[in-house]
Design a protein around this ligand. Structure first.
Ligand code: NAG
Ligand code: NAG
Ligand code: NAG
Ligand code: NAG
Ligand code: NAG
Ligand code: NAG
Ligand code: NAG
Length: 300
């Protein structure tokens, strides 16, 4: 008789409380409201005043939302959840202790524990992931006005306002992946949303298209942007070549003319000089002759 009673008692106690939350990560869009599902079984026809529900951050045990003695309790609530949480009071009696979380932020991402107590207690944890779509990517590039084949050009692809970090894939016009000389730098703003900037350095070919594709690990393909750069073989230098040749020919002609003139001038002046010298010599000889004749009488 006593044994029977004991087993009956044990059977009653073995109907323990069971708490269920999603066992897969729940993805929530940034800025939206979400419901973190939590249900409990094993408590039939209980008095609500016996029920306690605690939603907590799994790693720090900080309070997200508390309910006991038929009331929400905000005393210990982590301030960053202030005014953003509520349960569904009408659903509690039927075993629904789900949490409504409003205006989800990046910082809300993490593990949440749903703790329920009616006589006995139990708990379970779930993971919430936050996702924010990126802006459409845009590609810009900087170079002088006339890109030439062989120029090294840096292409920059930018997309912003997303979460988590996106992957950037560069492709050329024929769909080949370009993985060399790519740098990706993500920068998070105050809200935790990323700006993704990827720089691809290429050596220009005459006619090339480059596209940048952005993939959000949670939301998938987020669009792409592309640029086509028509790098033409330089036209200006060809003109310059003819101008240079023309100038060179002119210069050569001038030099030749100058040389001819000079040659003549030199010849003329040389002849003049020779004539002058001859005249001078003649005069000197004459003078010498004269002095000789003048000196003779003194000697004799
Ligand atoms: C929460 O539970 C409801 C009802 O079972 C279901 O429709 C909804 O998809 C669940 N939400 C999540 C995020 O699991
Ligand atoms: C709990 O109740 C809320 C409000 O009615 C509902 O949206 C949600 O889907 C319910 N959750 C489950 C798991 O039934
Ligand atoms: C629930 O419990 C409270 C206090 O223990 C009691 O005053 C109230 O009558 C009970 N309600 C029901 C429906 O049993
Ligand atoms: C919450 O709402 C109350 C009343 O509307 C307001 O006074 C309080 O500043 C709000 N707290 C936060 C953190 O927004
Ligand atoms: C390019 O890279 C993507 C992502 O890494 C990959 O799925 C795809 O197969 C690659 N394509 C080629 C042609 O290598
Ligand atoms: C990539 O970078 C390496 C080292 O800086 C350089 O040798 C190579 O030419 C670059 N390739 C392109 C396509 O710019
Ligand atoms: C560049 O390539 C595109 C497509 O391959 C072609 O339609 C276009 O005519 C080309 N332009 C030049 C200047 O070669």
């Amino acid at each position: 008789m006593l044994a029977l009673l004991l087993t009956a008692l044990l059977a009653v106690h073995s109907i323990a409380l069971e708490v269920h939350v999603p066992d897969f990560p729940v993805v929530v869009l940034y800025g939206t409201d979400t419901i973190l599902n939590c249900t409990f079984l094993g408590a039939k026809n209980f008095n609500l005043s016996e029920l306690s529900v605690f939603w907590q951050l799994a790693d720090t045990q900080r309070s997200v939302h508390a309910y006991f003695d038929k009331q929400d309790r905000f005393i210990d609530q982590d301030e960053r959840f202030a005014n953003r949480t509520s349960l569904f009071p009408a659903e509690l009696a039927s075993g629904n202790a789900s949490l409504l979380l409003r205006r989800v932020r990046v910082a809300d991402e993490g593990s949440y524990t749903c703790f329920v107590k009616v006589d006995t207690y139990s708990k379970d944890s779930m993971f919430m992931q936050v996702a924010a779509p990126y802006s459409k990517p845009s590609v810009t590039w900087e170079t002088d006005a006339n890109p030439k084949p062989g120029d090294v050009v840096a292409l920059t692809c930018v997309a912003y306002g997303g979460y988590p970090e996106a992957q950037v894939l560069w492709q050329d016009g024929s769909g080949q992946n370009l993985t060399e000389n790519v740098t990706v730098s993500p920068v998070a703003n105050e809200q935790g949303l990323f700006t993704i900037r990827s720089v691809l350095t290429v050596i220009l070919e005459p006619n090339s298209t480059y596209s940048c594709r952005l993939t959000n690990p949670l939301l998938g393909d987020e669009g792409h942007a592309s640029v086509t750069i028509t790098a033409q073989a330089p036209v200006f230098p060809q003109v310059a070549l003819w101008v240079t040749i023309g100038l060179a020919v002119c210069l050569l002609g001038l030099l030749i003319a100058l040389a001819a003139v000079c040659h003549r001038k030199i010849k003329e002046s040389c002849e003049e000089m020779r004539a002058e010298e001859e005249a001078k010599e003649l005069e000197e000889a004459k003078e010498l002759e004269e002095s000789k004749t003048a000196a003779t009488p003194l000697k004799s």
